[in-house]
Ligand binder design. Structure first.
Ligand SMILES: [Zn+2]
Length: 200
């Protein structure tokens, strides 16, 4: 319903996978995993908004994989029922977070490393995943094509999000493909040049 992008990264050799932001539609995610014969080694949550984390419990039960989320978003996750209420949705069941995903934390998938970057601002515990071997960045709701994450929800901070983007994301190579939490992919170079929120 909320059109969140869920990313599934799979390694062709080890058949291991990392799933980022399973908001909902867990049956679809499991079907993709089955089709590619992948087993999930980690579930990573970029931030604790319901459209990104709503399906984490179901996916964890189905796969046994640990859930990674930044501890600064725990209060938001504790308020998941409230988030559901605002949207008029059934509250999804909650799970426990297994690993505090903070800067310095690295996940491995085959020969690729997934580096956690702290990018607070959209929420206090928002993270991005930088995958140098793949030249890809999973940006959650921090950076979008032509836009940035909203900061008017609880925990949002407009100065922090700009600082995060300028110091952590725009310093990456311009050729990096950015996979945002909503909408189309972009690149660091394109957003540096054209994103109206990042000029001046
Ligand atoms: Zn969000």
């Amino acid at each position: 319903m909320l059109q969140c992008n869920c990313s599934i990264f799979g390694d062709e050799q080890t058949r291991e996978a990392i799933v980022v932001d399973p908001g909902d539609n867990i049956a679809n995610i499991l079907a993709v995993l089955k089709r590619h014969q992948l087993h999930v080694k980690a579930i990573v949550i970029t931030h604790a908004h319901i459209d990104h984390i709503g399906g984490a419990e179901k996916l964890k039960v189905a796969t046994g994989a640990p859930v990674y989320m930044n501890a600064n978003d725990q209060p938001l996750y504790d308020g998941l029922d409230e988030q559901a209420q605002w949207l008029g949705m059934e509250p999804p069941s909650r799970t426990t977070i297994d690993v505090d995903a903070k800067e310095g934390e690295t996940l491995h998938l085959g020969s690729a490393q997934f580096l956690v970057l702290d990018t607070p601002g959209h929420t206090q515990g928002s993270i991005s995943l930088w995958i140098p071997e793949e030249n890809k960045l999973v940006a959650g709701d921090t950076l979008f094509r032509d836009s940035i994450g909203r900061t008017d929800l609880p925990g949002g901070d407009s100065r922090k999000i700009l600082r995060s983007i300028h110091t952590k994301l725009l310093t990456l190579p311009e050729t990096v493909t950015v996979i945002p939490g909503h909408g189309a992919n972009t690149t660091i170079g394109r957003e540096k040049e054209r994103n109206p929120f990042l000029q001046g």
